[in-house]
Design a protein around this ligand. Structure first.
Ligand SMILES: [Cu+2]
Length: 379
């Protein structure tokens, strides 16, 4: 017996250092990929020794600046309240109003009715109060009622539900497009019309032993623990933003509760959803499909800011606004001076003449620009 005890103790002593080493080696796979534009093609999960983000990014961060806006407690993040987070998108507001209003009233009314009937039967039809039970087995009127009433209730719920679904799946034309790719265990984002792409990792706590020296630690300015990320998605307020969602390994799910967004990210498929947010702020979400060991550590953070600050952020990422600083394609309005002004335009909305404004507007341009962007990103 004693011998077995010693054997267990020795085995444990042998295992502990190994476990500690395993833990120390693990964070390497969480290290961000190199900051090159092709970073979306980062090393496969489990590839150790990927270089961390350069330290140079660390001192440049100014809390409150675009991309680092301060989150508001209780907005876009869980704060201990029960129920649905405050909704900031039109679809979310419509859905939350439907849930909190008519659906809740119907559900509570049905529960109270059924519970009341059960209590009534238990009291008045118990053996003591009703020793000789009725022998009736059919009642046509009652059977018609208890079939028709549920059908009418369901139809009453279905009509607004289907209207909500129709609103959700008929998005207005997108003004900003973001391609979202889920990886084990981080997200990468690409703004194809702006030439911006980056990876986004969860920020670890300062005291987390798995945090590498070159990884920035989370602060309260970044957001709550397990939700703050090193690189947020930034979107302009009041603009329709389209998310094209996919994955490169297993199924993930892109979910931001305050936007009423939850969309599976499947390898080999493109799913689409959209949002329009008028209220500036920081909104947090998480991967919502069990995708592996670190599923709980791939949060999402979206910062909504003014269109001017969005343009500023795009420029800081080395990107451009559609219509600005992109050489005009040879076949588009080549004979007119419009293409020259288009090339020369430094800012997106500074074109003054109607013709130039027309040329700079996103409507006719995207095809050529997309081709140009794709070509530069493919390098
Ligand atoms: Cu995931």
């Amino acid at each position: 017996m004693k011998l077995i005890g010693w054997a267990i103790a020795l085995a444990a002593a042998g295992l502990i250092p190994a476990a500690a080493q395993g833990q120390a080696a693990a964070p390497a796979q969480n290290a961000p990929a190199a900051a090159a534009p092709a970073a979306t093609a980062s090393p496969p999960a489990g590839t150790a020794q990927a270089p961390g983000k350069p330290d140079a990014a660390q001192p440049a961060i100014v809390p409150g600046s675009v991309g680092h806006a301060l989150p508001t407690a209780g907005i876009g993040e869980p704060d201990g309240r029960k129920g649905i987070q405050d909704q900031v998108s039109p679809i979310g507001q419509e859905a939350a109003a439907f849930h909190n209003g008519p659906l809740m009233i119907v559900a509570v009314a049905i529960c109270v009715l059924v519970l009341g009937l059960l209590i009534y039967v238990m009291i008045f039809f118990r053996r003591g109060a009703n020793p000789t039970p009725s022998r009736n087995s059919h009642n046509t009127l009652i059977e018609v009622i208890w079939t028709l009433v549920p059908v009418l209730i369901l139809v009453g719920i279905a009509i607004p539900s289907i209207r909500l679904l129709r609103h959700q799946y008929t998005p207005p034309p997108a003004e900003v497009t973001i391609k979202v790719t889920g990886h084990q265990w981080y997200w990468s984002y690409e703004y194809p019309d702006n030439g911006v792409s980056f990876d986004s990792y969860m920020l670890k706590e300062a005291k987390d032993p798995t945090r590498q020296a070159n990884q920035r630690a989370r602060t309260d300015a970044d957001g709550p623990p397990l939700l703050a990320v090193d690189e947020r998605i930034v979107i302009p307020q009041g603009k329709v933003v389209k998310f094209i969602i996919t994955a490169d390994d297993v199924i993930h799910s892109f979910a931001v509760p305050a936007f009423w967004i939850k969309q599976d990210a499947n390898p080999g498929q493109l799913h689409e959803t959209w949002v329009k947010v008028d209220r500036p702020g920081v909104y947090f979400g998480q991967c919502s499909e069990l995708c592996g060991a670190r599923h709980g550590f791939m949060p999402i953070a979206v910062e909504v800011t003014s269109p001017a600050k969005f343009a500023q952020w795009v420029a800081s990422k080395g990107g451009h606004m559609p219509g600005a600083n992109v050489p005009a394609a040879p076949n588009s309005t080549a004979a007119s001076p419009v293409s020259e002004s288009n090339v020369a335009a430094a800012a997106p909305a500074t074109a003054t003449s109607p013709a130039a404004a027309n040329a700079a507007s996103p409507a006719p341009a995207p095809n050529n620009q997309n081709v140009a962007n794709r070509a530069t990103q493919a390098k």
